[in-house]
Design a protein around this ligand. Structure first.
Ligand SMILES: [Mg+2]
Length: 329
């Protein structure tokens, strides 16, 4: 049989798979923005609508022993809301496909969906449908539609000379995940960051409405990985100042590695033209979160660099990037 020589998904990787698939998807005038960003933008009449989907899968993204059922539902929704935030949109309607083992407690499944519906309501969205099927492990696939701003912020708008910003702080969620992996009963602020993402909807919406962000992405895979995506889409490089990355000192020696490569932060990473810096400063107090300048966009040929306090390039592998990349499902 020749079939066993075919490469597996693991060998190709998520992004390799997308590269194979995407060129074959049909485009059209009603597809304002096709695949490759945090959301697609589609047109209904004269309305632009954001569409995104993401799944939460047991044993891949979480273990049931880590979270209350309500928290599982909340997180399944909130990671999608973060993708709407990164385009500057507003969540509106979602559907959810649930898969669960036949012996899964009905009361727990109800709690999961209560949590999901509550998180949706808190962000102004409603659950309008779904489906339940049997599977070996629990999974929740949410598709979320959002109202698009007049100019959705894409990954592709960064230009050399733009400055690089992040909202909030980075690394706690990844630290929380590692605690849970060692002890499923672990609790505390870091674990909470992992269990309950807080999508930056207000910040995303304001940055888009005011036209201040030239490019934006939410940080789900880790700062460096998501910055790579933004740089690739924009055809630029970037310099990150390690000392500027907002990671809590409480994380100790591992702080920088967790902040750069840990993931699950659901903060916004965005770029701003120098001429718009004053407008960003004016907007800051209304964003509802901390804002940190962590570097700048440079030409594509310079690649992606992390600089130490003396502006020397740091070895990204030594920061634990590869290790963290392997540690995640
Ligand atoms: Mg995203």
């Amino acid at each position: 049989m020749a079939a066993h020589r075919q490469p597996t998904i693991a060998a190709i990787g998520e992004f390799g798979f997308l590269r194979r698939l995407l060129p074959r998807l049909p485009a059209g005038p009603d597809v304002v923005l096709g695949p490759g960003d945090d959301c697609a933008v589609v047109r209904f009449g004269n309305r632009n609508v954001l569409v995104t989907t993401d799944a939460l899968v047991e044993h891949v993204h979480f273990e049931r022993s880590w979270m209350k059922p309500r928290q599982i539902g909340r997180k399944a929704y909130l990671v999608n809301a973060s993708d709407i935030a990164s385009m500057g949109g507003r969540p509106r309607f979602c559907v959810v496909a649930t898969a669960a083992p036949a012996d899964f407690p009905a009361a727990d499944l109800e709690q999961i969906h209560r949590g999901l519906a509550q998180a949706a309501a808190e962000t102004g969205a409603r659950v309008v449908g779904g489906n339940l099927s049997r599977a070996r492990e629990l999974s929740l696939s949410v598709t979320l539609l959002g109202a698009a701003p007049r100019r959705p912020v894409r990954r592709s708008g960064a230009r050399s000379g733009d400055l690089l910003f992040v909202t909030g702080t980075l690394g706690e969620a990844a630290a929380g995940l590692r605690r849970l992996q060692r002890d499923s009963a672990a609790r505390g602020a870091f674990v909470r960051r992992f269990l309950e993402p807080r999508p930056r909807l207000r910040a995303g919406e304001l940055l888009a409405a005011e036209g201040v962000a030239s490019a934006m992405i939410d940080i789900s895979d880790g700062l460096l990985q998501d910055l790579r995506h933004l740089c690739a889409a924009s055809g630029v490089g970037a310099e990150v100042e390690a000392g500027a990355v907002p990671c809590p000192p409480r994380l100790g020696r591992r702080a920088l590695g967790l902040a750069l490569a840990g993931g699950e932060d659901y903060e916004l990473l965005f770029t701003v033209r120098q001429r718009d810096l004053k407008r960003l400063a004016t907007l800051h107090s209304r964003l509802g979160c901390r804002l940190t300048r962590i570097g700048r966009i440079v030409s594509k040929s310079a690649g992606l660099q992390v600089l130490d306090a003396r502006a020397n390039e740091m070895n990204i592998e030594e920061l634990g990037f590869d290790h963290f990349a392997r540690a995640r499902g």
